[in-house]
Design a protein around this ligand. Structure first.
Ligand SMILES: [Ca+2]
Ligand SMILES: [Ca+2]
Length: 284
C-alpha cells in the first residue's frame, strides 16, 4: 500500500511539474508582418456556430476568421487553412508558442456562464512531442495564462492541452488558471482523457467545456470538461475575488506547442483540425 501510494505521489508530482511548464515569456515573433497582432473584425458575439462547410480549400485568412468569430486578435494567415470543410491549424517545426502556432483571442459578449462545443482531430502523421495547448477555451477577467497565475484575484482561463508522458502515454488534460491555483503554471487536477491508454491520430474527438463565473470571494463558480461524453473535470471553482473581473470576457483559440524547453518542439510541421464549433452564452 505504501509503495503504491509512493508511486502515485511520484507520478502525480512528475505530472504536475512536467506538464505545467508553459512558456512564461513567448519567444520573439517570427515575423511581425505575417502575424495579425491587432484585432480584426468588430462584431462582439455571444452565441454562434461555425462548420466551415461554405469554404473551398485554401488559406483561411483573418478577414474570413473575423466574419466567423467576430473581433479576433492573434490570427496568422499562413498557418490557417480550410481543408474539406475543417479549420486546420499548422504548427511549425522546431518552434514553440506563438512563434510556431496560433494564439487567437476572440472578444465575446461578457457573460457569467458560457459553453463551447467542437470537434478536434490530430493529423495522421502528427508528432506528439511533449505537448501543447489546443482547442477552444474561455478567459475570465484579465484572462491569465502563460505563467501569470490568477493569485491576484483578477482573472483566469480554462483551456485544453495534449500531453505525452515519459512513458509515452498521450492524452488531453484540462489546463486552468484561477485564484486558487496551486502553482505558477496551469492546473490540471491530475485529470486526463482517456484516463488510460492514449489518444489516436486521425480520430475525431468531441469536446464540451462549460464555465461559470463565481461571485465575490465565493467558490461558487463552476467548470466542466466533457470529452466524447466522458466527464473529465466537473467542479466548483473560484476564478476571481475581484467582482469587477468576474465575467467571462473572451473565447480562446490557442493551438501551439509548449512549454518552453526544446523537447516540446517537433521536427516536422504538424496539423490539428477543428470542426463544428458551437459557442453558447448561457447567462449575462
Ligand atoms: Ca465542417
Ligand atoms: Ca468581452
Amino acid at each position: 500500500m505504501t509503495s503504491k501510494l509512493g508511486v502515485f505521489a511520484f507520478y502525480a508530482l512528475t505530472l504536475c511539474c512536467a506538464c505545467s511548464k508553459e512558456a512564461a515569456s513567448p519567444p520573439p515573433l517570427a515575423s511581425a508582418s505575417a502575424l495579425q497582432t491587432t484585432a480584426v473584425g468588430s462584431a462582439i458575439n455571444s452565441s454562434w456556430s461555425v462548420n466551415w462547410n461554405n469554404y473551398a480549400d485554401g488559406t483561411y485568412a483573418s478577414s474570413s476568421a473575423a466574419s466567423d468569430f467576430g473581433n479576433i486578435t492573434g490570427w496568422v494567415d499562413s498557418r490557417c487553412w480550410i481543408s474539406n470543410g475543417n479549420c486546420r491549424i499548422k504548427l511549425l517545426a522546431n518552434a514553440l508558442s506563438g512563434a510556431g502556432g496560433v494564439i487567437g483571442n476572440v472578444d465575446i459578449s461578457d457573460g457569467s456562464a458560457y459553453e463551447v462545443d467542437y470537434d478536434i482531430r490530430f493529423h495522421s502523421q502528427f508528432e506528439w512531442s511533449r505537448g501543447g495547448k489546443l482547442g477552444f477555451g474561455f478567459s475570465i477577467g484579465d484572462g491569465n495564462t502563460g505563467g501569470d497565475p490568477g493569485w491576484d484575484g483578477n482573472g483566469g482561463s480554462a483551456r485544453l492541452m495534449w500531453y505525452q508522458t515519459d512513458a509515452g502515454r498521450v492524452f488531453f488534460q484540462p489546463y486552468l488558471y484561477f485564484k486558487d491555483q496551486s502553482g505558477t503554471y496551469g492546473e490540471t487536477f491530475g485529470k486526463s482523457y482517456p484516463s488510460s491508454g492514449s489518444l489516436n491520430k486521425g480520430q475525431w474527438y468531441h469536446v464540451h467545456l462549460y464555465v461559470k463565473s463565481n461571485t465575490g470571494s465565493n467558490t461558487d463558480g463552476h467548470v466542466q470538461y466533457v470529452i466524447d461524453n466522458t466527464i473529465v473535470l466537473d467542479r466548483d471553482i473560484r476564478w476571481t475575488t475581484n467582482d469587477s473581473k468576474r465575467l467571462i470576457k473572451g473565447l480562446t483559440f490557442h493551438t501551439f506547442r509548449g512549454g518552453s524547453e526544446d523537447y516540446w518542439e517537433a521536427s516536422a510541421d504538424g496539423y490539428i483540425y477543428y470542426d463544428n464549433l458551437v459557442v453558447h452564452k448561457i447567462s449575462s
